[in-house]
Design a protein around this ligand. Structure first.
Ligand SMILES: Nc1ncnc2c1ncn2[C@@H]1O[C@H](COP(=O)(O)OP(=O)(O)OP(=O)(O)O)[C@@H](O)[C@H]1O
Ligand SMILES: [Mg+2]
Length: 390
């Protein structure tokens, strides 16, 4: 990966460090994880989860603990549910950290940021439009197509449109241009490879689509199967902390280029719900040996970040087609930020030691970058934060 243009430490960075010092004592932060719809008082009516639900509470705990180690004196952990607004008001929360995939319903990753916008509480995370765009694979792929970034040819189906007959569907024929498999059939909004199916040829497509619809009650995505190597890359803001010292990069911070190592007969990367991410499963790409692929990953990540005006971290997942061309599979708007342990890590965190960063530096980078954007470009919505600095 090309070294990001040399970091800068200027007057504004020192000012930001000074602001963080004041905020450590005054800022009341809530780390929000996914609420359980079956908990008493969580929702009015329990409904369905088109996106497989997970609380992400243990990662929220990792983030909250890091914030406390960084010296923030008021950090609370709050579930994302119907009571969120009252809790934030009662606790006098100034800033939220979104580590939630939502509670239930459609587009659940966009619910909390939409509510926080309405409440006037700024947050670390994507706004509801971007979160929803990134978490709906077909919408994101439309965006990629517009940006000229390669992605596997794709087609969506919803049973409301009637029986699915690929052989006579003109749009299907136009999309796949005589390609008759293999395919991947998957939920448009999913996680951890759940309900992702490998389908050998078109004769089994309709059944696979029906199964994914049965599990998700949502539009189903059909893509051509990409047989090559699989990679991930993360991209965040411009402020980076190393050993707690902040610098500003001239370009977005692109890092954690990783190859997801597949076993010989493993067509779909095994769900992290079944097999934790280890360093054997996630090989960190090295500049000395993997410069060419890193360069390609870097360029795609940078383009997605800049062209979509992303304001928070994403992890892109990519795979090579039969000719070795990289194609983007998806973007994860809330990449796993599990703190590395003896037995498991997160794809994003595998890179930290090589960058001279530890977990707390990553958390500080994300927080500092967000505060920098809020103070510099969104002053009108953070007057309560500027007042804290007085
Ligand atoms: N078009 C494709 N060709 C080949 N493999 C694919 C394709 N789409 C998905 N896969 C496989 O399925 C896995 C899961 O797909 P994808 O990344 O789109 O969804 P996800 O379940 O949201 O992933 P994550 O675990 O990263 O949250 C990928 O890691 C990859 O191994
Ligand atoms: Mg993925």
């Amino acid at each position: 990966m090309p070294e990001n243009t040399p970091p800068r430490r200027g007057g504004r960075i020192e000012q930001l460090e000074g602001q963080l010092d004041i905020l450590r004592r005054r800022l009341r932060i809530a780390v929000i994880y996914g609420g359980d719809k079956s908990a008493d008082g969580a929702v009015i009516h329990q409904t369905f989860n088109p996106r497989s639900w997970k609380s992400y509470e243990s990662v929220a705990e990792d983030i909250a603990n890091a914030l406390e180690r960084l010296g923030f004196e008021h950090v609370t952990r709050v579930p994302d549910d119907m009571r969120l607004s009252q809790t934030l008001q009662r606790e006098g929360i100034h800033l939220a950290w979104l580590n939630t995939g939502g509670v239930q319903g459609y587009n659940p990753v966009s619910h909390a940021p939409a509510m926080l916008e309405m409440l006037g509480v700024p947050y670390i995370g994507h706004d509801s439009l971007i979160a929803g765009t990134l978490d709906n694979k077909h919408i994101f792929k439309q965006e990629l197509t517009y940006l000229g970034i390669p992605t596997a040819p794709f087609f969506t189906w919803h049973p409301a449109r009637g029986p699915f007959r690929p052989k006579v569907n003109s749009r299907f024929l136009q999309t796949f241009q005589g390609y008759w498999g293999p395919y991947i059939v998957k939920p448009v909004s999913g996680r951890a490879s759940l309900h992702v199916k490998f389908v050998e040829d078109e004769s089994n497509l309709a059944d696979a689509v029906a199964e994914v619809f049965e599990a998700t009650e949502n539009t189903v995505l059909i893509e051509s199967f990409l047989p090559g190597q699989e990679y991930c890359i993360a991209v965040g803001g411009h402020i980076v902390a190393r050993e707690r010292v902040l610098t500003r990069m001239a370009e977005p911070f692109v890092f954690a280029g990783v190859q997801r190592v597949l076993a010989e007969d493993e067509k779909i990367f095994t769900s992290m719900d079944l097999q934790p991410i280890t360093t054997e499963r996630a090989r960190l790409l090295e500049q000395e040996t993997d410069a060419e692929i890193l360069e390609r990953l870097y360029e795609i990540a940078r383009t997605v970040c800049l062209e979509m005006s992303l304001e928070s971290l994403v992890r892109l997942d990519l795979r090579e087609d039969g000719e070795g061309n990289l194609r983007v599979l998806e973007a994860n708007p809330k990449p796993d930020l599990k703190m590395p342990s003896e037995t498991a890590t997160s794809l994003v965190c595998t890179a930290l030691p090589g960058l001279g960063m530890d977990y707390d530096d990553l958390i500080l980078s994300l927080l500092a970058d967000r505060l920098d954007v809020l103070f510099r470009h969104k002053r009108g919505r953070v007057t309560h934060l500027t007042e804290l600095l007085e």
